[in-house]
Design a protein around this ligand. Structure first.
Ligand code: MF3
Ligand code: CO
Length: 267
């Protein structure tokens, strides 16, 4: 069942969305050569306590036994990388996926950032980041009431394919609200004109996961970390959005600190 938020619930989603975006951006600011992913996890746990009245909780920690406060996935790691002893190196690309709840509502958002600055990127990884981010931003711009959900999915897939990259098919975006994962699933591929029609009041996590090489992924022996099968780099960007009368409102506005015009976005 797809839940539609009331105006009061929408405000609560804005509040938690803003918190999760602030947490994500603060974690991204910790990314530098020599830092461990475990140190970023500790930072996130401490930062969570400073938000609002102090009752914000990680949506990752304890989720089906997941041990981290956020997911940190490096290079060929697509999603669900577990923070730990890994030391970030100059030139790594790192996806930070931050989700959590406050006063009963969830927000979910992700950025992929470069360790040591955009000049360390190869032409291919630069294209990967640009294409993934473009696919998310285009999807958000296309969201409005009356559109089929699969039109959005198709647009993501098309944008990614035109950029010479591959969409991961095993994992999808999702509805988000009183629970982290709600209906409907939001695939990053599909034929247009199918599935549910978007309505005002839907709140969705839109999250293209994109591989530079082939689409295939596998889960590592830790039971969580998902990697590209061909070992090539992969990227992930995510917003929680609300479908409103005139289009989507981004509820997790991390873009304020990572503008669309970032240097790696340029062709
Ligand atoms: N933020 C992730 C998502 O979109 C959820 C991570 S849950 C975890 O679904 F347990 F893997 F951390
Ligand atoms: Co999500």
């Amino acid at each position: 069942m797809i839940h539609l938020v009331t105006p009061v619930e929408l405000d609560a989603m804005r509040t938690v969305g803003r918190m999760m975006a602030d947490l994500l951006n603060a974690c991204c600011d910790q990314v530098r050569p020599g830092v461990t992913t475990g140190e970023i996890d500790s930072f996130a746990r401490a930062f969570l306590k400073t938000l609002g009245d102090g009752s914000a909780e990680s949506g990752c920690l304890g989720y089906h036994g997941y041990p981290g406060a956020l997911c940190i996935s490096v290079n060929e790691e697509v999603i669900h990388g577990i923070p730990g002893a890994r030391v970030l190196q100059h030139g790594d690309i790192v996806s930070l996926d931050v989700c959590g709840s406050y006063h009963g509502f969830f927000g979910d958002n992700t950025r992929t950032v470069v360790v040591g600055g955009a000049e360390t990127l190869t032409a291919d990884t630069r294209r990967l980041l640009r294409v993934t981010r473009q696919s998310l931003e285009k999807a958000v711009l296309a969201i409005r009431p009356g559109v089929h959900l699969s039109d959005i999915s198709h647009l993501v897939e098309k944008t990614v394919a035109e950029g010479g990259c591959s969409v991961v098919r095993e994992f999808t975006g999702h509805g988000v609200g009183r629970h982290l994962h709600e209906d409907p699933p939001v695939p990053n591929y599909g034929k247009p004109g199918r599935g549910p029609i978007l309505h005002e009041g839907m709140t969705l996590a839109i999250e293209p996961m994109v591989n530079l090489g082939k689409a295939a992924v596998r889960t590592c022996s830790d039971g969580w970390t998902v990697v590209s099968r061909d070992g090539l780099p992969t990227a992930h960007f995510e917003y929680t959005v609300a479908v409103l009368k005139d289009g989507a409102e981004i509820l997790t506005p991390w873009f304020e600190r990572d503008p669309w015009s970032s240097d790696w976005m340029k062709e």
